[in-house]
Ligand binder design. Sequence first.
Ligand SMILES: *[C@@H]1O[C@H](CO)[C@@H](O)[C@H](O)[C@H]1NC(C)=O
Ligand SMILES: *[C@@H]1O[C@H](CO)[C@@H](O)[C@H](O)[C@H]1NC(C)=O
Ligand SMILES: *[C@@H]1O[C@H](CO)[C@@H](O)[C@H](O)[C@H]1NC(C)=O
Ligand SMILES: *[C@@H]1O[C@H](CO)[C@@H](O)[C@H](O)[C@H]1NC(C)=O
Ligand SMILES: *[C@@H]1O[C@H](CO)[C@@H](O)[C@H](O)[C@H]1NC(C)=O
Ligand SMILES: *[C@@H]1O[C@H](CO)[C@@H](O)[C@H](O)[C@H]1NC(C)=O
Length: 836
Amino acid sequence: MKPTMIWFCSFLCTISFSASIASDTLTVSTPLLDANTKTLISDGGSFELGFFSPAGSNNRYIGIWYHSISDNQTVIWVANRKSPVTDRSGRLSLTTDGALTITDGNSTVVWSSESPTSLNNPVAKLLNTGNFIVREASAADSDGAWQSFEFPTDTSIPGMKLGWNLTSGRNYNLTAWTSESDPSPSNYAIGIDYHGQIVIMDGQRLHWRGGPWNGLRFSGSEGMQRDKRIGIGFDYVTGPHHVFCSEYLIDSSIIDRIVMNTSGTLQHFIWIQDKQQWTYVGFVPRDECDSVARCGPNGVCHPDGSTLCKCLQGFTRRNNSDELNGCVRITALDCANGTDGFARQSSVKLPDTSTASVDWSAVSLEECGLRCLRNCSCTGYAQANVSGSGSGCVLWSTDLTDIKFYEGGTGQDLFVRVAAADLIISEFDTCSLFYHNFSSNDLAVSCSGTGRKHGHWSPAVVVIDIVVPALAIILLVMVFVVYCLCRRKKEHGKYFDDDTEETDLDLPLFDLDTILEATQNFSPSNKLGQGGYGPVYKGKFKDDGQEIAVKRLSETSSQGANEFKNEVMVIAKLQHRNLVRLLGCCIQGRERMLIYEFMPNGSLDALLFDPAKSGSLDWRTRYNIIVGIARGLLYLHHDSRLRIIHRDLKPSNVLLDMDMNPKISDFGLARIFGGDDTEVVVNTKRVVGTYGYMSPEYAMHGIFSIKSDVFSFGKLILEIVSGRKNRDVYDSSIPENLLDHIWRLWKEGKALNLVDESIGNSFPTTEVLSCIKIGLLCVQEQPEDRPTMNTLLKWLDSDISHLPEPTQPGFVNLRGPFDSEPSSKNTISNTLFEGR
Ligand SMILES: *[C@@H]1O[C@H](CO)[C@@H](O)[C@H](O)[C@H]1NC(C)=O
Ligand SMILES: *[C@@H]1O[C@H](CO)[C@@H](O)[C@H](O)[C@H]1NC(C)=O
Ligand SMILES: *[C@@H]1O[C@H](CO)[C@@H](O)[C@H](O)[C@H]1NC(C)=O
Ligand SMILES: *[C@@H]1O[C@H](CO)[C@@H](O)[C@H](O)[C@H]1NC(C)=O
Ligand SMILES: *[C@@H]1O[C@H](CO)[C@@H](O)[C@H](O)[C@H]1NC(C)=O
Ligand SMILES: *[C@@H]1O[C@H](CO)[C@@H](O)[C@H](O)[C@H]1NC(C)=O
């Protein structure tokens, strides 16, 4: 008897032991019967599997729900979603070759899992991840031959994935329940399309497009990205035959789920233990702009704007027709002549990429832009991967559709190909709109708010949205502003009351009669030139004989009003011998004028590029001009109380006084920044200035900093030394642009061939070579490689052997758009005092 007792005892022990294991495992011999209300509970207690009825239904389904939390039985997976058992006679069993089956009371199989390979000794196990697997009894949990995670229903939890595998032909998507009481699949499904975009389909119709993965998230899916605060992240893997996106947990205690709900909305919930409830983390679609192509081709949808649909820069509404019809180009592209450029559209969901080409390799944004520029069918480009410092390249070749704007800069930058004429538009620049308060501190704060991170879009956009249509108001404000400026001087002797520092701007107000007298009623013979915001006249005060130049704002120019105001703001605060001096202003009736000291020798370009006059510029004079401009720039960039980026430095904006001292003029496009913010880098949607002198990063991406001025200065130096404009070389027998040409001569050690013949043969070789080298150092492609004006001035004093070696200039090998001299359309800069 004794051995039997022992055997019996050990049998009992085995039974009870395996019973406790069996709570998460289904074996061939232990099916799950609905009748005895048994369920499987994962080891760890997170999930439970068994028969359930949805709310409002008596049908029975096999499902998985949360066990550890006291919610209202949230089901995350359903096996027989299309084929319920109508009573409690259902049974879930595991067949001997490893298939799971659900049978009803008549032993009819209502549902069966696919069994890819037949197993010898199968078990089915509910893992604590929520995954229900079938595997060989001896295998590890990670070797599931079948897994419920491979067959998602309407819910994704960490460890599951969306996407597709072309090899297996499987598409991983979430399909909504038909209704709360019916888990059978409805038409709403979220998945990743064959172009890598996340989409919600309503049957065959596109219901929502989240756009392509951009390294951090899908371009248009707010909330679905790594979030440390919530403790979750997303992975995206792609190969020639598969694309998968899956969620992972940074904080393993997080319980969250993503559900495609019955009304076609993807909801992301997180379990809040303290409150014992599920809370939204996010959902899509969330607003009108999420309807696909709400604003038509080339339209941008602004969910929070006063206008829902706007056009991309360079586009206009099609004949005032319906928004849905989108926008058309204002000016046709001119790829053949190579004059097209790109307008930056910041903070958007990237347009539909189903016809775009996407390159995930380590392509820089610049290279991407060049690729687009070289291909005449390319309509725009963007970075494929915005994580880290960014890489990759998306190129579009059709109209850009389904673009949504995100407030607060959470979107991506899109670069839209537009004709040169539309690249520079008469609209207000962000910063200029902050002049409502004259404290320079306010100004600095406002401008730095538009820094790199958040792109151009800041609260200023709202201001633009409201203000631009009401141009009249701006003009009024402008007049009032300048009026006040000038009036206050008379009354108080101060214009700007700074919190920290009182600034006496010393800006006298001139009488219109005095100006009329001085300019002989703006006689045409007194006209010096015509600038973007109005003509410039020479004048002479009757009483003291002082010569002046009067810049008169055209009444019709709205852009001018802005630049005029800008110029007052900038120049009124500056005093330097290498900056042109503002003597005062005149506001009377509708007239608005700025009065400058007169520069008898006119502008540098008039001398430099005129063979008859360039002889008056000997090497000593040219060198002094270079040094003078450098000092002026140094003052703008570093030494003045504010930091000023000129943005339109070129020979026609350098004026020469009686003694040929250079003075930088024309601050209509300049931007002011706070005094201590040396490293300002600004993105602007609106690229202004003159192509031939723009740095690559500014011309192509609207990114400007003091280093963009340094680039322009480099070109200026090279032009002063060579006496040649870009165009001269570009159009002549030398089939290169000026930079190419100089770079080649430099590499060949023939840099001195470059020197303007009108300088003659006697010049200090090392000084000339130094200047050429410094010029080349300034026009290097990467802004960070270019010197600051501080360094540059030290270099001018030092031996050439102390200078670093320049790298290849920006734009070399790129023929056309940026190196050709602009047509009048290409520039809105004013040619102040320019001699005729
Ligand atoms: C079993 O079959 C009978 C006859 O076909 C049918 O009436 C009954 O509804 C079935 N029962 C279940 C549970 O499906
Ligand atoms: C795609 O499916 C094939 C066949 O089932 C499989 O061998 C392969 O591992 C899958 N690819 C990925 C990336 O999961
Ligand atoms: C969702 O996945 C299923 C199963 O792979 C597939 O039949 C269906 O076409 C997919 N639906 C969408 C919209 O991708
Ligand atoms: C689906 O989600 C949206 C957004 O959270 C919600 O407004 C809607 O009520 C949900 N629909 C259902 C049927 O729960
Ligand atoms: C190129 O420019 C010329 C002169 O401006 C113009 O006549 C011509 O139409 C342009 N070519 C194209 C393809 O637009
Ligand atoms: C230009 O772009 C189109 C559309 O993406 C593409 O089909 C074509 O091959 C490209 N051409 C060149 C020369 O790369």
